[in-house]
Design a protein around this ligand. Structure first.
Ligand code: BTN
Length: 323
């Protein structure tokens, strides 16, 4: 058995008996490891951020798990069937979307997830960057292989926004708004962005990478001067530090749920939910698509997820991309 595996087994035993002490002798008997090996694993777990109390004659007890999104912690309480499985975890990468793309090219299955504590060159929409300080957010990319034609894929980004909004509501109680197509806002500032990248041929979708950047515990000083007026985090909105682990588990759960609804019932229920949370509809908007700028009132999204904008001359235009 590898060292890592036996360390995880020690953790599992402590987790099962949380709130009580387990003696070194019992651990060593159960796991077939020497007392010295157990002690080494306890020290390694403490280095990973687990708070474990050691008490002579009573043994060890797990006091606190670290604020890390370790795969063992994430999968331990994950209620999904396929989303987030497998779960790839990194301390730091350039962009989780890039890692997920590489994995998808190598055949990663539908549902695989890539998460990093921090990104050094996080990617945003329209060629922008994405600020991703370590341990402060959920920087996540999902590999999806939907059995739909490429023209239906914009629906997936809207679905993702609905899933993120459901998870935020469940864990924090915060009602967020969705700005077309899939920015999540609180009091007009951006909390979460979604970047969808894909490989598709004319009729067939090979894979979609759904990249989600959720600002969880960023403080004001984490934002650059030009971002601060436009962006925020859950911590700044709520005034308390939000535990990332249950939020991530809830995010995967709600996304899987909405995805299944979409597969069975199509876009109608997703559209309804998106419209309820929308902060775009009914407002005057300026849409920049390619070199064009179009101004008008956002009146609806159609059955394919395109935004319908009515100009001053009452002409209707539909937009799939752009801002
Ligand atoms: C946007 O500009 O609104 C989209 C931002 C998407 C950021 C996320 S963070 C995880 C994933 N990896 C990336 O490089 N980008 C996405």
């Amino acid at each position: 058995m590898t060292k890592e595996k036996s360390k995880q087994q020690v953790l599992e035993e402590l987790r099962k008996r949380k709130g009580e002490y387990v003696s070194g002798e019992e651990l060593s008997r159960r796991l077939g490891l020497s007392r010295t090996a157990i002690w080494k694993h306890i020290k390694a777990l403490r280095r990973d951020g687990y708070q474990i109390s050691a008490c002579t004659r009573r043994g060890y007890t797990l006091l606190c798990i670290p604020d890390r999104l370790y795969p063992e912690e994430v999968t331990a309480g994950l209620k999904t069937t396929w989303l987030g499985r497998p779960f790839y975890y990194y301390e730091e990468v350039g962009s989780t979307n890039q890692v997920a793309k590489d994995l998808a090219e190598q055949g990663a299955p539908h549902g695989a997830a890539v998460l990093a504590e921090g990104q050094t060159s996080g990617r945003g929409r329209l060629g922008r960057g994405w600020l991703s300080p370590a341990g402060k957010g959920i920087w996540l990319s999902l590999v999806l292989r939907p059995r739909v034609a490429p023209w239906q894929l914009p629906q997936l980004s809207l679905l993702a926004a609905v899933g993120v909004a459901s998870a935020i509501k469940e864990i924090t109680g915060l009602e967020v708004g969705i700005k077309w197509p899939n920015d999540i806002l609180s009091r007009g500032k951006k909390l979460c962005g979604i970047l969808t990248e894909m490989r598709a041929e004319v009729e067939i979708t090979q894979y979609v990478i759904l990249g989600i950047g959720l600002n969880v515990n960023l403080d004001i000083e984490d934002f650059t001067r030009d971002l601060w007026p436009l962006a925020t985090s859950l911590k700044l909105e709520l005034g308390w530090e939000v535990p990332r682990l249950p939020l991530l588990q809830s995010l995967l759960y709600h996304l899987e749920g909405w995805y299944q609804i979409w597969e069975k019932e199509g876009f109608v229920p997703v559209r309804e939910s998106w419209k309820k949370a929308s902060v775009t509809l009914g407002r005057l908007v300026k849409v920049e698509a390619g070199n064009e700028v179009y101004e008008g009132r956002a009146i609806d999204i159609d059955g394919e997820g395109r935004l319908l904008v009515e100009g001053a001359d009452h002409t209707l235009r539909r937009f799939t991309y752009g801002e």
